[in-house]
Design a protein around this ligand. Structure first.
Ligand SMILES: C[S@@+](CC[C@H](N)C(=O)[O-])C[C@H]1O[C@@H](n2cnc3c(N)ncnc32)[C@H](O)[C@@H]1O
Ligand code: SF4
Length: 401
């Protein structure tokens, strides 16, 4: 599928966006040393890593992908870049520097633009993180996942707890701001064990934490052969412990899974939750792009080799559709309500081009059920609504006829 003609996207439609949202860029690097048994991301095994030729060929495909997409975002400044995966730290600092200069040559990155790169413990040699910093990366996201050797083994990770700690220490030495991903409710995990992991994490003092409960995703090795996991009550006690320890340590929970010290919120992810725009390039990447009268979603070819061939031929996009007017209130609410402080109601009109009345039914029901805060200027979950977020979000689904 080739990029749609701009004239088609600019034609009249039922939405009236008065201004286009901030635009972020996501770049997907789809390889990992080994596929983790719980992972349903678009990641493919490359046991030997990525050599110089392989990374150059992929960067060439990304450049071709971006060039074909440029007419859709012409002249718009880019507020943040996120290089995710997969395991981007399989790419050398030189390859990341080349990638960033290709991006800079074609896109106006805003001054001070946040540029995050995901890095996995056990996938790099010493001083690689400084190399990423020198290449222009401003923020690292370290996939530590756990500080228990037993849990890391059960998760099929390629690293142990000491390597996770070493990666976080190296991130701290090279970057002013960085994130640590941690999962909980892991096979064999106890409350006491989690508390000990948190001791270790707190000593490393990451400015940002992403805390995810392990979920069994369809089409993963864990879905086929589920490990024994902590039950619902224990998982909820674990979340309470995480919340209490994060609050005591100065990390504010600003989104369902995201906790930050002052000044360290992730701008890139905030843009998703505030229903901003993003261009996603790379294998399987998703995009959301707004035009004055419509919102377009795109997906790129998922399998890396096929993606590379298609991108070089100018047709990296495998699927695209215009978001139906009736679906926009739910899509907006699904994102915005993940934020602890919600969003200003005025943002709804700005981002969707719809009148506020399109949110009315969901707001009334949310207020009646005590799931929304009673505030005429904001869309924000109450404490109860934050605990029962799926129920709250579902109130904004289109009415069934
Ligand atoms: C895009 S993934 C990959 C990041 C990086 N490759 C890594 O594994 O360290 C981002 C994060 O999602 C989380 N994640 C992945 N699969 C998950 C699952 N099944 N349940 C909960 N969290 C998951 C992990 O914490 C992971 O670091
Ligand atoms: S390293 Fe990360 S992206 Fe790769 S398979 Fe494991 S969880 Fe998925």
């Amino acid at each position: 599928m080739s990029t749609p003609l701009l004239a088609t996207l600019m034609r009249e439609g039922t939405l009236q966006l008065t201004a286009l949202p901030p635009l972020a860029l996501y770049v997907h690097l789809p390889w990992c040393l080994r596929k983790c048994p719980y992972c349903d991301f678009n990641s493919h095994e490359a046991a030997q890593g990525i050599d110089a030729q392989g990374s150059q060929a992929y960067v060439d495909a990304l450049r071709a992908d971006l060039e074909a997409a440029l007419p859709l975002i012409w002249g718009r400044p880019v507020v943040s870049v996120f290089i995710g995966g997969g395991t981007p730290s399989l790419f050398t600092p030189e390859a990341i520097a080349t990638l960033l200069s290709e991006l800079r040559a074609r896109l106006p990155l805003e001054p001070g633009c946040e540029i995050t790169l995901e890095a996995n413990p056990g996938t790099f040699e010493r001083d690689r993180f400084r190399g990423y910093r020198a290449a222009g990366v401003t923020r690292l996201s370290v996939g530590a996942q756990s500080f228990s050797d037993a849990a890391l083994r059960a998760l099929g990770r390629v690293h142990d707890a000491d390597q996770a700690q070493a990666a976080v220490e190296e991130a701290r030495a090279a970057f002013d701001t960085f994130n640590v991903d941690l999962m909980y409710a892991l096979p064999g995990q106890t409350l006491q064990g989690l508390a000990q992991e948190l001791d270790r994490l707190e000593a490393l003092a990451p400015p940002h934490l992403s805390l995810y409960q392990l979920t069994l995703e369809p089409n993963t090795a864990f879905a086929r052969r589920p490990p024994e996991l902590p039950d619902v009550d224990l998982a909820s006690e674990m979340l309470d412990l995480l919340g209490a320890r994060a609050a005591a340590g100065g990390w504010q929970r600003y989104e369902v899974s995201a906790y930050a010290r002052t000044g360290h919120r992730c701008r890139h992810n905030l843009n998703y939750w505030e229903f901003g725009d993003y261009l996603g390039i790379g294998a399987g990447a998703h995009s959301k792009l707004s035009f004055p009268h419509r919102v377009l979603r795109q997906v790129r070819w998922r399998e890396p080799r096929q993606y590379q061939q298609q991108a070089m031929a100018g047709s990296a996009v495998s699927n695209q559709h215009e978001v139906a007017r009736a679906d926009l209130p739910f899509e907006f609410a699904m994102n915005a309500l993940r934020l602890r402080d919600g969003v200003a109601l005025a943002l709804f009109g700005e981002r969707t081009g719809l009148p506020l009345s399109a949110l009315q039914r969901g707001r009334e029901q949310g207020l009646a059920k005590g799931l929304l805060r009673d505030d005429a200027t904001r869309l924000q979950a109450s404490d109860k609504g934050f605990d029962f977020l799926n129920d709250l979000q579902a109130l904004f689904l289109p009415a069934r006829n």
